[in-house]
Design a protein around this ligand. Structure first.
Ligand code: KIV
Length: 269
């Protein structure tokens, strides 16, 4: 029993090791209870700012504040005994290196997460260097960066043009050299994810970026069929929880109305 617990507890060095034979598995979570369910099963849990859309029903990911992220990341971290927990640095309309470093340190201090994911390109190089100096692991997010869009309806796939292709590849290598521990690639063509995965010495984590990445991530609500308003091509539905919940709730309503629930078994006498 003891050795099983030791085996399951992930750490940054062993999970984000490019030489690992097995893929890195990641999912999003925003809550304590759901984290408890998946904690033993995946390597990394991301408290994504996708919560803006799938949890709060907002139009984009930009409306998540640092305080909202702290609340959710705290709950997730509390439940995660074995997996690594990363938080998404929330959107800010201004780019200020010192401010980013300050915010990351603050959120990390408040949540005790294992690392941060930041959306951005080569302009993040100095930020990553500064965070590396204080041992804060950074996963960079390249390709489709949802924080750049005011609505998910405007999302597009990146890397089809040569300029785009060259820029993403160059940015990935710059950020790796600055000290990033992983590169999340979202919504890009297969050829780029292959090139970056082959060139880079740190793992790539893909979402809509092909099977050639070193790891994969999906938004839990999407892959469980819980969020049904938006269904990108890259999402495979492993469950249909919205249907299952409706079946359960209909049964409950029917039993209450027909007085089959509650009954003797569920009451205090
Ligand atoms: O916010 C999020 O959940 C993400 C994933 C889509 C990778 O960034």
């Amino acid at each position: 029993m003891f050795s099983r617990v030791v085996d399951m507890k992930r750490n940054i060095k062993t999970v984000f090791n490019k030489n690992n034979k097995r893929k890195i598995t990641c999912l999003t979570s925003y809550s304590y209870n759901y984290t408890k369910i998946i904690d033993d099963l995946v390597d990394v849990i991301l408290v994504g700012d996708s919560m803006g859309m799938v949890l709060y029903g907002l139009e984009n990911t930009r409306t998540i504040s640092d305080e909202m992220m702290i609340h959710h990341a705290r709950a997730v971290k509390k439940a995660a005994k074995n997996s690594l927990v990363f938080f998404d640095l929330p959107y800010s309309s201004r780019f200020d290196e010192n401010d980013i470093v300050k915010r990351v340190k603050y959120i990390l201090r408040k949540t005790n997460c294992d690392g941060v994911k930041i959306e951005g390109n080569s302009e993040l190089a100095n930020v990553i260097k500064k965070l590396k100096k204080v041992n804060i692991p950074v996963m960079v997010h390249l390709g489709l960066q949802p924080q750049k869009f005011s609505s998910s309806k405007k999302f597009k796939i990146f890397g089809r043009g040569k300029r785009d292709f060259d820029k993403i590849t160059k940015d990935a290598l710059i950020l790796e050299n600055s000290g990033a521990i992983a590169i999340l690639l979202e919504g890009i063509i297969t050829k780029i994810s292959k090139v970056i995965t082959n060139l880079s010495n740190i793992p790539t984590i893909g979402i809509g970026a092909s099977e050639f990445c070193d790891g994969q991530i999906l938004v839990s609500e999407d892959m469980l069929g819980l969020f049904t308003e938006y269904h990108p091509k890259f999402v495979k539905k492993y469950s249909n929880l919205s249907r299952d919940i409706q079946i359960a709730v209909k049964k409950y309503v029917k039993e209450v109305n027909t007085k089959r629930f509650p009954n003797k078994k569920f009451r205090y006498d």
